[in-house]
Design a protein around this ligand. Sequence first.
Ligand code: HEM
Length: 491
Amino acid sequence: MGLPFSMTRMACSPEPGKYSASISLAIVLRVIMARKHFSGTNEPFALTAFNYTFYAVTDAKQSAEVYKNTDALSFEQFVQTLMRTNGNDEDSIKTIYSPLPSDKLGFPNPEGLSLGVLAQRMHIHQLHPGDNMVVLQKKARDWINSRLHLDALVKNCAGSSSKCSREVQLPLYEWTSDYFVRLGQYVYFGDVLDRVNPNYAASYIVFDEVIWKMLYQYPSFLCQDMIAPRDRMMASLKAYFQVPPEKRRGDAAWIINAIEDEMRAIGVDNGNLAIVVFHLYFAINTNARKTSFWMLTHLMRNPNYLAAFRAETAPAFRGDDLVAVDYIQDATKCPQVDAIWHETLRLTGWAASVRLVTRDVMIGGKLMRKGNRVMVPHRVLHFDESIFGDAIDEWQPRRWLDTEAGRKLPSSPSWRPFGGGKTKCSGRFLAKYFVTAFVATLLRRYDIEMVGNPPMPQPDVGRPVLGIISVKEGQDYMVKITKRKEAHVGL
Ligand code: HEM
């Protein structure tokens, strides 16, 4: 990618210039190189790119210090930079990040937080296991049950073809992308956003593939391919909030209505509200689509695991329909599914947690200066052989099952696909549910196989992402989906 790049061992001084956390996402690769360069030590080290200084923290225990220290290390700055990049005005950002009364109406705020920070608590209220999440799980289950049929697949996937009523061929990445974005959109907005703009999901996928241009804050004349779909989506969200409340709120997830109420209560207008909700849309949709692609890709190449996935999830079905929403998610009932989920994330999680240093702070015995950034590259942690074992480049779910140490890996400080601390991905339970419920239903009803003998698709490691790595352009491949004869009679 050719970023200006230099490495020093903590010889940094604060630099002026506006904060751009996102640039750091693109230098994960350089961190991997630098980690090799400084091998033999786990000390944090400094990287300079685009005149920004980043302290890379690649030691698991030190990364836990980063996640804990919310006084000196700020996540909100990253969010505010995105808000500015995407058009929120300064007054709205200031209003959203000003402390609110602890006795305000609406969502409880005993600590007197700003709405920007309170929103994290609201996401948790919606997305952590409990009644509110079950509402979303059931919505997703019903959607998958009714939309995972051959005729629906042929109708909705542009690259599909069907030779007979029992079989369809589809480009896997294109299909899972389309399917998951529509699923996420439906769960949060019902059919209403689709009625406002039937091309919303398609625009999102175009945007998401070039989202790195937004992260890099490219000048607009260089990234019309990102700006055009983004602006269309923002205009549609603005139009969505102009639909009379009685025609949309009944179909929306609690969080969408609650964010709207809270924003309106502090005077945020429709345009600024649409931008905030646009950020939520890509948090919901950017990662699950890619995770399902990589999981199916590995399962097809490892038929024993595919069979284990199918067998373990069978009790969650009545006939062809998924009924028990909590079964698949329960690691004691579906240990192999759990291991497959973890191992897929380990290999494909390419994001980095980023924080702005708001006052000088010591991490890992090193002084980090105010104004610079700290990054924890998940990929480096996930490829530590001393923690995750041998054959670190290979997809081997059994590493999570075979030994006592392996079974404890999900609680290891080296396991960070969802970041950590107060802003750890609140959607992680729902993400697992979306992906595993989809794969389980697919395997229950159909056989899936690669058409021909395509090589293992390569991850596009040069493209920064907000979580799961994309596939390299041109490496999508066709799969054949065939109706299983025994689908109705169990296994
Ligand atoms: C495999 C799928 C997913 C991955 C790998 C993933 C990863 C992440 C990461 C790395 C962060 C930043 C955490 C930090 O730096 O502290 C994050 C934040 C977030 N994610 Fe996810 N995510 C996934 C799916 C989802 C889904 C399906 C949803 C919603 C339904 C979601 C909602 C969020 C939200 C709301 C935040 C912001 C947290 C906050 O500020 O409180 N994510 N995610």
